[in-house]
Write a protein that binds this ligand. Structure first.
Ligand code: ATR
Length: 277
């Protein structure tokens, strides 16, 4: 049996097992299984060793709050080091990578959103924003970061410049960013996520730029307050389920060497979310 899974604390809410197990079944990979593996933050090192040596795991996904904590115990690639977070480990070679970036960029591409040469606004300065700034600038976009705590955004950009030579990004206020005619705005904050579905990271009174497509990383609910605001103004809004599915698909490919059945994973994810996405 080839086992993979997800470590985090807690992990019970994760829909990754449903997505991956549906994909294994669809491809006839009957000797593969994806399991939940709750790991408390204080025993990360021992847990990784146990999963690898005693649990016979091929690899694991890593979620909150362990994405940073696993870094010292894997061979993190340049992308994971730049972002400061690993979300996928392959025990066979001890490597760690970050497929969140691939998930975002692949999903933008699937929605025909061009990135080279565009101006994009990133809302937020946490781990999700870090992955977005890395992916967007590497794809040739000019990035403007807006965060409730601007200092944190400055620190994020300084880190990314040091770790990955990222240049094409600056911190602005929401007013300034809105006036700069961006063609893409990505919500990388958790604002609007279930159960606080009536909240929006877009400050009232500032018009949402008509030039911009919105990508909301939040996938629960399927249509966030912010997406509804944008659509009410005639704009295009994309929810974050595709990023979740495609980061999973990238991990699937890494572990199995097979292309993931994307539509199967989408269907399983939607069903697991119970019509909420
Ligand atoms: P993650 O790693 O998932 O990105 P995080 O590190 O907790 O999560 O970051 C959450 C992001 O959402 C941050 O940019 C945070 O802003 P601050 O840096 O000012 O804390 C942003 N955020 C969370 N709640 C918010 C709110 N009510 N209004 C505006 N921004 C919010």
């Amino acid at each position: 049996m080839n086992k993979v899974g997800i470590i985090g604390w807690p992990v019970s809410h994760s829909i990754s097992p449903v997505m991956h197990n549906a994909a294994f079944e669809a491809l006839g990979l009957h000797d593969w299984r994806y399991e939940l593996a709750p790991v408390p933050p204080d025993i990360v090192r021992q847990s990784l060793r146990m999963l690898r040596d005693e649990g016979d795991f091929v690899g694991v996904n890593v979620t909150v709050p362990l994405k940073e904590a696993v870094m010292p115990f894997v061979r993190a690639d340049e992308r994971a080091r730049a972002i400061g977070a690993v979300n996928t480990i392959d025990f066979r070679d001890g490597s760690g990578t970050n497929t969140d970036v691939i998930g975002l960029i692949d999903d933008l591409q699937a929605h025909s959103v061009m990135l080279a040469g565009i101006r994009a606004v990133v809302l937020g300065a946490g781990g999700a924003a870090r992955a977005a700034v890395y992916g967007l600038t590497k794809a040739g976009a000019q990035v403007i970061v807006v965060n409730r705590t601007p200092k944190r955004a400055q620190v994020m950009l300084a880190d990314l410049t040091l770790a990955a030579g990222i240049q094409n990004a600056e911190v602005r206020t929401l007013d300034e960013a809105a006036e700069m005619q961006p063609s893409l705005i990505i919500n990388c904050t958790s604002v609007g996520m279930w159960p606080k579905v009536d909240e929006s990271p877009w400050v009232e009174g500032i018009p949402f730029p008509t030039s911009a497509v919105l990508y909301d990383m939040v996938y629960r609910p399927a249509r966030t307050k912010l997406m509804q605001q944008v659509e009410a103004g005639g704009g295009q809004a994309i929810g974050g389920l595709g990023m979740l599915v495609r980061q999973g698909a990238a991990a699937f490919r890494l572990w199995t060497g097979r292309d993931a059945p994307i539509e199967v994973m989408f269907a399983a994810a939607r069903q697991a979310l119970g019509g909420q996405a």
